[in-house]
Ligand binder design. Sequence first.
Ligand code: MSS
Length: 373
Amino acid sequence: QAQTPTADQVVAGKDPRLLVLSSRPVVLETPLELLGRLPTPKEFLFVRSNVDYPGGNTTAPLPVQNWQVRLEGLVQTPLTLSLEELKSLPQVEVEMVHQCSGNGRSFFQPRPSGNPWQHGGMGQVRWKGVPLKLLLERAGVRPEARYVTGVAAVEGDMRPFEKSVPLADVLETAVLAVEMNGEPVPAIHGGPVRLVLPGYFGVNNVKWLVAVRLEEKESTNPFQAPSYRIPFRASQTLPIQPGSTYDFTYENSRPNWRQNVKSVVLAPASGAQVRGFVRVEGLAWNDGLAPLAAVEVSWDGGRTWRQAELEKPASPYAYWRFRAVLALPRGEHTLLVRATDELGRSQPLNGNIYWNPRGYEWNGVDRVKVTVV
Ligand code: MSS
């Protein structure tokens, strides 16, 4: 009889309470009860690998020597930097939400194929490393360059993994991270060097980084297209018929780039029985382009909303904690929570309106059932 391995058996150093969505490649989800501790400790942080790094399934550093990162493509002078050189350059730190673009996939109906993430394909981590801008100033950017492509190492039978993001949009924020939460980046999270892009979905944070390439177009790597894309036309995310198929091309879709506005209720747990006041708590965030304006709670299906109290985030790219205390009559209630930012971006009451074949970027209003006794 096959026994399902626990998370600590799949990745050395992970908390056994993490949910194993897949053991090869490794996909681990953080249960809701462990999402509240910030920054997310490495033992709790979710994992999503499309391609496993041989010997990399551990929260310890990757046992490698002579790691190098190349800066190539549309630059005046290509550079090759050793890990030691990267560490000796001026460093910046950024604490940010790190979220899989498939997070929340299991809330879409019908359920799209892919890992059935609930809320825990996310965490908040503090990265430290060299600003990409500093390296680009040294190398010199050619005027045709429009995209930054992160290139992952290929070892053994690994499939090449590359992701491209718009250069102008990430120029001031992209970091070549060598530390996570004050330690060398764990092997499972992409050490020794990882590209991190504050505000962007986790898929763009390329693990085991060996090159940064500037180019005129997005990478032709399959993880850039047809994978990890959303139907998109005429500058708009395109709602499509739930359950339908879609032939993703560079022209009719966009990559999972910036995170959308979202909130998640951490307490009360769904189905909880509550005596007296109902204390609603959770996390809300966006892509850091503007502060959140409000997080609101409704208990009448969205007719009326009460503003929650907000706690300032650790950085523009980090979670805002919210809290509301409600006096509700005895009986069962469904609480709805939605965040809105100062650009007016908010969450749909019905997240399924943005159903898409791969189940990406769920940001529907979170719903929690409670019974006041
Ligand atoms: N990188 C590499 N190299 N490979 C792979 O596979 N994945 C993605 C990113 N990066 C990969 C990479 C994904 S997809 C995600 S989320 C992330 O990562 C995760 O992270 P961690 O550290 O947590 O594991 Mo979805 O969007």
